[in-house]
Design a protein around this ligand. Structure first.
Ligand SMILES: Cc1cc2nc3c(=O)[nH]c(=O)nc-3n(C[C@H](O)[C@H](O)[C@H](O)COP(=O)(O)OP(=O)(O)OC[C@H]3O[C@@H](n4cnc5c(N)ncnc54)[C@H](O)[C@@H]3O)c2cc1C
Length: 370
C-alpha cells in the first residue's frame, strides 16, 4: 500500500475540490487531490455552466455570498486561465428572464429597486420590452416583457475543470485519479490504493461525501437530485444573454452551440440515463428560443446534484474535527459559488478566519437532520 504525506488532502476532483485545492496550493500548501474515478466524473462534468444569482429580494448572507462570488467570477477565472494556460470558457453573458403576466412584471420592477440596493456595484436588473431580443427569445414567450440582469455569467464545465487541473499543477499540487477514498479520519484519508497523511483533509466528494462523514458525525442525510441537460447545434445571436424560464436554462456556448437544462428529479432509478424528461426540456426551450427549433442534439447528459440536508451548501470545519473541512452541497448553484468557496476554505486551511455565512456551516446542516 502506498503511503504519502502532505499538508492538505482533498477528496474529490469536482469543481469544488479542484478549486479549493488550487487556492490552497497557490498559498503554498503541499496539496494532494485524490479522485475515485477521473476529473469531472460527478456533477461537475456537465454541459450547462450557468452562474446566476438568486432573486435580489429578502436579502440574506447566502445571497450576499453568492452575489460577491459572481461579481468576482471574471477576475477569478481569468486568474485560473493565466496560471494554468487553459481557457475555462468564462463569459459575463447576463441573463434574460421572460415575464408572462402583469403581476410578474410588477414584481420584476420591485426587484430592480432591490437589486440596485443590494447587488455589487456595476451590475443591474432592468426591464425590457417583449421584442428586445426577438431573434433569440420569442416575444410570445415574454408577453409582458423581460428582465435583463447583468450579474449572471457562465463557464463551460468541461473546459473549466481542465483549466483548474492545469492551474493546480502550476501551483505544485498533485492529482491522483482512480484513487477512491474509503475512510476520512483526522490527519488521514485511506482507501484500497493506500493512505495519505495530511494536516488537513477536505471532503469534496460530492454526493458520496455525505456517507464519508457518517463515521465522524453520524448519518448526514444528503441526497442526490437528478438533472438532465443537452447540448444542441444552434447559432445564438452574437452577445446573446442566457435565458432562464420555468426552471430551464438556455445557455449559448460559443457561436454554434447552445446548452439547455435541466430537469430536477427527486425520484429516479438510473442516475446517468437521459429520457423523455430531457426531451420535454428541449421542446420547451425550442418554443421560447427560435434558433433551437431546427437544432440537432449533439450531446445528452445526466447526473446527481449533491444536496446537503438543507438546500444551502455545506462548507467548513466538522464539529469536533476542526481540521477536516466539508466542501459539499453545491446542489444547483455549485459553479457560481466557486470563487467564494475557494477563497474562504483556503483561508481556513492557512489558519485564517474564513468569511462563510453561518447558514453554510456543518453544524447548521446537522441541526436540520431529519
Ligand atoms: C444537469 C445538471 C445541471 C447543472 N447545472 C448547473 C449550472 O448551470 N450551474 C451551477 O452552478 N450548477 C449546476 N449544477 C450543479 C453543479 O453541477 C454542482 O453543484 C457541482 O458540480 C458540485 O460540485 P462538487 O465538486 O461538489 O461535486 P462533484 O462534481 O460531484 O465532484 C465530486 C467528486 O468526488 C469524487 N468522489 C466521490 N466519492 C469519492 C471517494 N470516495 N474518493 C475519492 N473521490 C470521490 C467523484 O468521482 C467526483 O469527481 C448542475 C448539475 C446537474 C446534474
Amino acid at each position: 500500500m502506498a503511503k504519502a504525506k502532505c499538508d492538505v488532502a482533498v477528496v474529490g476532483a469536482g469543481i469544488l475540490g479542484l478549486a479549493v485545492a488550487e487556492a490552497a496550493a497557490r498559498r503554498g500548501a503541499d496539496v494532494v487531490v485524490v479522485e475515485a474515478q477521473t476529473v469531472g466524473a460527478g456533477a461537475s462534468g456537465g454541459l450547462v455552466g450557468a452562474l446566476s444569482p438568486h432573486a435580489p429580494e429578502r436579502w440574506n448572507p447566502k445571497k450576499a455570498f453568492q452575489a460577491t462570488a459572481l461579481a468576482e467570477a471574471e477576475r477569478y477565472w481569468r486568474g485560473i486561465a493565466e496560471r494554468g494556460g487553459r481557457d475555462p470558457g468564462f463569459r459575463r453573458t447576463g441573463r434574460l428572464l421572460p415575464l408572462t403576466t402583469d403581476s410578474a412584471r410588477e414584481s420584476a420592477e420591485a426587484r430592480a429597486c432591490a437589486a440596485a440596493a443590494v447587488w455589487p456595484a456595476g451590475f443591474h436588473w432592468r426591464l425590457c420590452p417583449p421584442d428586445a431580443w426577438s431573434d433569440w427569445l420569442d416575444p410570445s414567450a415574454a408577453p409582458t416583457g423581460m428582465v435583463h440582469e447583468t450579474l449572471s455569467g457562465q463557464i463551460a464545465p468541461r473546459r473549466a475543470l481542465p483549466a483548474l487541473v492545469a492551474a493546480l499543477a502550476a501551483a505544485g499540487g498533485r492529482l491522483w485519479e482512480v484513487w477512491p477514498v474509503a475512510e476520512i479520519a483526522p490527519g488521514r484519508v485511506a482507501g484500497p490504493r493506500g493512505e495519505v497523511e495530511a494536516t488537513w483533509v477536505v471532503n469534496a466528494a460530492g454526493l458520496a461525501g455525505f456517507a464519508l462523514l457518517a463515521p465522524l458525525l453520524g448519518p448526514v442525510p444528503g441526497r442526490g437530485v437528478k438533472g438532465q441537460a443537452a447540448l444542441l447545434d444552434a447559432t445564438p445571436p452574437k452577445g446573446a444573454p442566457m435565458i432562464f424560464a420555468d426552471g430551464i436554462y438556455i445557455v449559448p456556448h460559443g457561436p454554434r452551440r447552445v446548452a439547455v437544462g435541466s430537469t430536477s428529479e427527486t425520484v429516479w432509478t438510473a442516475p446517468e440515463a437521459t429520457d423523455e424528461a430531457l426531451d420535454a426540456v428541449i421542446a420547451a426551450a425550442a418554443r421560447m428560443c427560435p434558433p433551437l427549433r431546427s437544432a440537432q442534439v449533439r450531446a445528452r447528459w445526466a447526473a446527481l446534484r449533491p444536496r446537503a440536508p438543507r438546500p444551502d451548501p455545506m462548507l467548513g470545519p466538522l464539529p469536533g474535527h476542526p481540521r477536516i473541512l466539508a466542501a459539499l452541497g453545491g446542489f444547483k448553484i455549485g459553479f457560481g459559488l466557486v470563487p467564494g468557496v475557494a477563497a474562504a476554505l483556503s483561508a481556513t486551511l492557512a489558519g485564517e478566519r474564513h468569511a462563510l455565512p453561518d447558514m453554510f456551516s456543518v453544524a447548521h446542516h446537522l441541526d436540520g437532520r431529519s
